[in-house]
Design a protein around this ligand. Structure first.
Ligand code: EPZ
Length: 395
């Protein structure tokens, strides 16, 4: 296991390249199954969730050729299994996309109950509702989800809740189903079938917060400024200057941080995955901020870590009230999930002195070379291996 050791208090300055979007990549990789031939996928981020998706494809029988660090050729002509191994299913949430893709192509798919960040209950009833509408049967036994259909036909689905995962899974299953499918009340963050993965909005937003929280000046390359608008608007309201270019953004902060009210909502609203990062930032704003989580039931578990650093935050259900403090103090910190982990890194970069962030495995599921990218911006951050005996003592 590894931890990050961070000496904070330095403004981050310089340029950073943003990788392909994790949440697009982990859906597009299973979608290659539907092609039943060769696909070339570009701009794949080098993160553990993508590596796990590639490994699943390989275990199902796909041939995979690495063309460059971020481009892979995937040939799904001759798959010989429709069952995703337990270990890989449990590593990430997005393993559930293999259900829709395998059902669509072969009429049968099996994955173990998916893992991923613990953000409160993460049901998959809406995914199964769509498969059933297409004539499939499902069973959940011993932690295994199995879907099957002799003859998949298009159907009409009205989702009870707006779900990114259920929308994508329904589309994956519907592509090869006979007839027309109509999906209503769908998630809207989809971007056609461009095989070059779109830039990661949340990775970009995280580096924007890095500039804002350290009083820095960062230019982000390979971004789509339009996709960043909800985040850019809030950071401007918090007192940052943001300049937009064709495929770059420059963000700097010279003055005080202003408090904000924000509520996370389905796309195109403010993204829930930025919520922990914004909360970390607002701990240093002058005044009272209110952050409301509109998607997940339990996405404030990391707040105790910020309180250890001297932040003043009260959480009541889905609402956090943040009284800004003058400074954050260094502390031992835990990455409770992927984005909360990134928020801890940003908070540590702002605190004068040495903090340590544990359980960084969550962070590396979704951030490509985060340590190296931050170092290039002038951060004093190191990855340190935790000896196995120290880990077992801690458990
Ligand atoms: C995706 O998760 C993202 N993950 C999440 O990002 C992101 O937080 C979330 O969308 C919302 O934007 C991936 O794309 C891999 P949902 P997903 O289904 O698809 C309820 C990150 O940090 N719901 O849109 O799993 C659910 O409980 C991750 O990168 C049902 O009730 O989210 C939640 O309240 C974390 N039944 C809401 O819908 C269902 O069948 C939205 O969930 C499905 C969902």
């Amino acid at each position: 296991m590894e931890k990050y050791v961070i000496r904070g208090g330095k403004p981050l300055v310089g340029d950073v390249n943003i990788g392909g979007a994790k949440n697009a990549a982990v859906a597009i990789l299973p979608a290659t199954i539907l092609a039943g031939g060769k696909c070339l996928i570009e701009n794949l981020p080098c993160i553990s969730d993508v590596m796990a998706s590639l490994q699943i494809l390989s275990e199902l029988g796909a041939s995979i050729r690495m063309v460059s660090r971020s481009t892979y050729e995937i040939d799904t002509s001759h798959l010989d299994s429709t069952e995703v191994s337990n270990e890989l299913s449990r590593q990430m949430r997005a393993s559930y996309y293999f259900l829709g893709a395998l059902l669509g192509r072969f009429g049968s798919g099996q994955v173990a109950m998916p893992g991923g960040c613990n953000l409160g209950p993460r049901p998959i009833d809406q995914h199964l509702k769509a498969f059933t509408a297409f004539g499939a049967e499902d069973s959940v036994e011993y932690g295994q989800i199995h879907v099957r259909s002799e003859h998949l036909v298009g159907g009409h689905v009205f989702f009870d809740t707006v779900s990114v995962g259920a929308t994508m899974n329904a589309m994956l299953a519907a592509v090869l189903a006979e007839g027309t499918t109509i999906l209503e009340n769908v998630a809207r963050e989809m971007h056609g079938c461009n095989y070059s993965i779109i830039p990661d909005q949340i990775e970009a937003g995280s580096y924007m917060v890095a500039a804002a929280i350290t009083k820095g000046d960062i230019t982000l390359h390979n971004v789509i400024p339009k996709h960043m608008e909800p985040i850019t608007a809030k950071l401007r309201a918090a007192g940052c200057e943001v300049e937009e270019f064709d495929d770059a953004l420059r963000i700097r902060r010279t003055g005080e941080l202003k408090p904000l009210k924000l509520k996370t909502m389905p796309h195109p609203g403010f993204p829930t995955d930025m919520q922990p990062l914004m909360t970390a930032l607002l701990t240093l704003a002058k005044g009272t901020s209110i952050v409301t989580e509109g998607i997940w039931e339990n996405r404030f578990r990391y707040v105790d870590e910020l309180i250890h650093m001297g932040a003043n935050i009260q959480v009541d259900g889905q609402v956090a009230v943040i009284e800004g403090v003058k400074e954050l103090h260094p502390a031992p910190l835990r990455a409770t999930d992927l984005r909360a982990g990134a928020a801890m890194v940003m908070a540590a970069l702002a605190a004068n002195g040495v903090s340590e962030v544990d359980e960084t495995i969550h962070i590396e599921r979704g951030y490509e070379n985060i340590v190296e990218k931050l170092q290039a911006l002038g951060a004093d951050i190191r990855r340190v291996e935790i000896p196995a005996n120290a880990v077992s003592r801690a458990i």
